[in-house]
Design a protein around this ligand. Structure first.
Ligand code: GLA
Length: 376
């Protein structure tokens, strides 16, 4: 939505003009899945889609929230000293305000917030992280707080862990806060050091396909994966001195993995360690312009997420295997937490349009729905 349109909507909802307008993008992770809470590397890239927030400061202590995507929820109104969560979408911005306050950045006055976005909710493209980051940007601007993008990412993650109850890693919030156009960001989630890597959009397109599948148990299954990694780590710590799973190379892991007593936890850990190795290889392949190697690592990542980490589903597997049957696809995989959501496909630039039609038709004929597809 353009700034003028969001301004008009703000006027019709709140009866005044917004003071400011901010934007935060969603992300697509190219490779490095379920490594961010294991101290490993991730390699996300911003999408052009995201969430815009128009806001106006108030002279009292009241906060009001409205979202165009959740119109039926109406306006949520809360006072600054009673920021209670209600199980609605507005818990995301409210959690960010609470986290700011916990960190000593209390808002002296309330504000009115209006959100609008084009990220499909529940598609694994980080609409929650974009909402957390855009709220953080708005709070900084309205209150004169000076926080870096990294700090906004950490605040967003904390808000989600502590108040929303999803024990996510830092990747999504970091990508949303720190993204740079035409670049992916190679982030070491252990140290938060990072490096931008240009994506060769002149040669290849990144095509995102939304399966439209959304599993209601995704957040509990996500938290369970995290616990299984913890359980593997504590077994490994009995035989080696490591901080987290991704401190291990694949070879080191192979030599000590028998010490992980539970077979399922061992497979989860294997995924994390090997995925971390693939991510480093993939980023350096991209730096050298080796798109073929990058694509084949993406596909290996999918296989590992499907078989060892078990976070894929029939629809995502179908989309990936169908994509790989198209001449011009370098690699394909599910992206994000899994259990539905999107696939990411690396496609020869001149073949991208034909690929979009091919995958839409294939999915429609097998699952009866036309998937939303867009290219970066
Ligand atoms: C979700 C989480 C991230 C990350 C991915 C899986 O998107 O929010 O922190 O763990 O899943 O890579």
């Amino acid at each position: 939505m353009k700034k003028t349109q969001i301004g008009e909507l703000f006027g019709s909802v709140f009866g005044k003009e917004p003071d400011i307008c901010e934007f935060a993008p969603g992300r697509v992770n190219l490779i490095g899945e379920h490594t961010d809470y294991n101290g490993g590397y991730v390699f996300p890239c911003a999408t052009g889609l995201g969430i815009t927030c128009a806001a106006a400061k108030r002279s009292d202590n009241i906060f009001r929230f409205y979202s165009k995507q959740f119109e039926s929820c109406g306006i949520t109104e809360l006072t600054g000293d009673d920021l209670v969560l209600s199980g609605k979408w507005s818990d995301y911005p409210v959690s960010v305000i609470k986290t700011f306050a916990n960190m000593g950045y209390s808002c002296q006055y309330g504000a009115d917030f209006l959100f609008d976005g084009d990220l499909p909710d529940g598609s694994g493209l980080s609409s929650s992280a974009a909402m957390e980051v855009v709220t953080g940007k708005v709070l900084c601007e309205l209150n004169g707080f000076s926080l870096t993008g990294q700090m906004l990412a950490v605040i967003g993650q904390f808000a989600e862990n502590r108040f929303i109850g999803v024990n996510c890693g830092i990747m999504d919030q970091f990508a949303s806060a720190m993204a740079k156009e035409n670049n992916a960001v190679l982030l070491d989630t252990d140290t938060l050091s990072f490096e931008y890597v240009p994506v060769p959009f002149d040669k290849a397109s990144i095509v995102i396909v939304n399966s439209g599948v959304r599993h209601s148990l995704a957040s509990s299954a996500y938290n369970e994966r995290r616990q299984q990694c913890q359980c593997a780590l504590s077994d490994l710590k009995k035989v080696t001195d490591i901080k987290n799973l991704c401190s291990l190379s694949a070879e080191d892991f192979d030599s000590i993995c028998v010490s992980i007593s539970d077979e399922v936890c061992r497979r989860r850990a294997k995924h994390a360690v090997y995925e971390n190795a693939r991510t480093k290889l993939a980023a350096s392949a991209l730096q050298k312009g080796d798109i073929e190697t990058f694509g084949s690592l993406m596909t290996q990542s999918h296989i590992s997420l499907r078989d060892d980490y078990e976070v894929s589903c029939g629809e995502l597997d179908y989309l990936v295997s169908t994509a790989l049957g198209f001449n011009g696809v370098y690699g394909a995989r599910m992206t994000g937490g899994g259990f539905g959501g999107c696939t990411v496909n690396l496609v020869k630039k001149e073949k991208a349009e034909a690929f979009e039609n091919y995958i839409k038709e294939g999915y429609k004929s097998s699952y009866g729905i036309s998937p939303a597809v867009f290219s970066l």
